[in-house]
Ligand binder design. Structure first.
Ligand SMILES: [Zn+2]
Length: 165
């Protein structure tokens, strides 16, 4: 193995190295767990490029990623960090799983990242009629509050003869 290749091997980013990215990734992982519960959590990997700067990526559990590295400046601001992490996670998940992510549970459409009132959020283009306009589904990290509205009752066993709706 050449020295170049060895030095290019991506390695995990240590927790705490980029605190705002860690927090942002935790939020995005909540969205991932809420929408694709079979997926393992995403993680940050860093890979040196030509022996110079460390580029950090949002990768799947198996170490694969797709798309651009995180802009280093985004690690200094909570909103920028969340937007950057969500964007990179969307690239990685949708490209590697070959499916739009995250989907709007109401319309079945892939959502886009929009900043709403200073909060990175998932935006859906809506249905085809004027009565079904584009909408903001949830802030990044809050999809679980929508996908599982009946959460407190989920673990209750369904009993014969009883309806839980
Ligand atoms: Zn929608």
């Amino acid at each position: 193995m050449s020295p170049f290749f060895e030095s290019s091997t991506p390695r995990p980013v240590l927790l705490g190295q980029y605190p705002l990215w860690d927090e942002a990734l935790a939020l995005v992982n909540r969205d991932l767990a809420a929408t694709l519960p079979d997926q393992e959590t995403l993680r940050l990997l860093e890979a040196p490029v030509y022996g110079e700067a460390e580029n950090v990526y949002v990768a799947m559990a198996n170490g694969e990623w797709h798309g651009n590295f995180l802009e280093p400046e985004s690690a200094d601001d909570p909103v920028c960090a969340l937007a950057a992490i969500a964007d990179a996670a969307q690239d990685t998940v949708s490209e590697l799983l070959w499916q739009a992510w995250p989907l709007c549970a109401e319309h079945g459409l892939g959502m886009h990242l929009h900043e709403v009132d200073g909060q990175p959020s998932w935006w859906c283009a809506g249905g085809r009629t004027p009565h079904d306009p584009a909408h903001v589904r949830a802030a990044v990290g809050a999809l679980d509050t929508l996908v599982r509205p009946h959460r407190p009752n989920r673990k209750r066993r369904r009993q014969p003869g009883l309806r839980d709706d």
